[in-house]
Design a protein around this ligand. Structure first.
Ligand code: GLN
Length: 299
């Protein structure tokens, strides 16, 4: 009699199968690559593997666009977006229909599209993009960070679900601007490229580390951490909190920004994704590191 393989093995096989499949430019990236950078309170950075290689930050950009919007209009954004975990895929349209066009949180795609729409208010897409890119560059103290036009174009060609979400939001009057302008801006912010080292550096302000940029105030950082903990891994957020116990934000490029409040900011990259669309090896690495260092927000 043949025994069914235990679930973790199936999980591993499935997860190693591919990098992000629906953005052609990302689908060709070898899934087993790995890099990590840990930025510490004394300003030092510990790195391993492909820590200096640029990765497509994708949904990690949602943390930075939200930070921009919170700086611009503060709590008003919560009239348009909720802040509860979704328990659904990051691109779920079903949830948006059930909730009459008010996205559950700013980290699922629909919520992030609304945040980007808010950033566009009265401005050209290039100005809104410049604000997000400017924030990231300031936080990482690195003006070399750029947007990959080829990744942005690749998603523009295949981003049909996001297009559906944007038009759905528009039908509920929860999109103020032209959907194509909002999507163009959103696809470009997702196509920002950063290395693990730059990501870890950019996360210092969210981790409240000494001498980090004061652009993200402590109360704002607290809220970003709360949202990252509850919504940062989509329908894998509960599992991630259980296994890792730290606020984090993932992206389908295989990047992961993990925050250890007051202690460290961690950038991880491994493009092979798990069933939730989060980095498979990145999640394992975060779990092992958190346990080894006894890093947790729950004491
Ligand atoms: N650009 C991607 C999308 O909108 C980001 C999704 C993600 O990283 N989870 O589909």
């Amino acid at each position: 009699m043949r025994l069914a393989p235990p679930v973790p093995i199936l999980d591993v096989i499935r997860c190693y199968a591919s990098s992000c499949s629906y953005i052609p430019e990302l689908a060709v990236i070898a899934p087993q690559q790995f890099g990590i950078a840990i930025s510490l309170p004394d300003g030092g950075t510990v790195t391993a593997g492909d820590a200096a290689k640029p990765l497509s930050i994708q949904s990690i950009s949602k943390v930075f666009s939200l930070a921009c919007v919170l700086g611009r209009i503060g709590d008003q954004i919560w009239t348009r977006v909720g802040r509860e975990p979704s328990g659904s895929r990051f691109d779920s349209i079903q949830l948006l229909e059930i909730e009459h066009g008010r996205p559950r949180n700013p980290f699922i795609n629909a919520g992030a599209i609304v945040v980007t729409d808010e950033l566009l208010a009265g401005r050209a897409p290039r100005e809104a993009l410049a604000e997000i890119l400017g924030l990231v560059r300031t936080l990482a103290e690195d003006d070399d960070i750029h947007i990959s036009e080829s990744v942005a174009q690749s998603e523009t060609m295949t981003g049909h679900r996001n297009r559906a979400l944007a038009h759905y939001l528009k039908s509920y009057n929860n999109l103020l601007n032209n959907p194509e302008h909002v999507l163009g801006t959103y696809f470009h912010q997702c196509a920002i490229e950063m290395s693990c080292i730059q990501l870890a550096k950019a996360g210092r302000a969210i981790a409240g580390l000494p001498d980090a940029s004061a652009i993200i105030s402590l109360p704002k950082a607290r809220r970003l951490n709360a949202l990252m903990m509850l919504c940062g891994q989509y329908d894998g957020s509960g599992e991630f909190a259980f296994r890792v116990g730290l606020p984090a934000k993932s992206g389908v490029g295989g990047g992961l920004l993990v925050i250890v409040p007051g202690r460290a900011s961690i950038g991880i990259w491994s493009p092979g994704l798990n069933v939730f669309g989060n980095s498979h090896m990145g999640t394992h690495a975060a779990e092992r590191l958190a346990h080894a260092m006894n890093w947790a927000v729950f004491g």
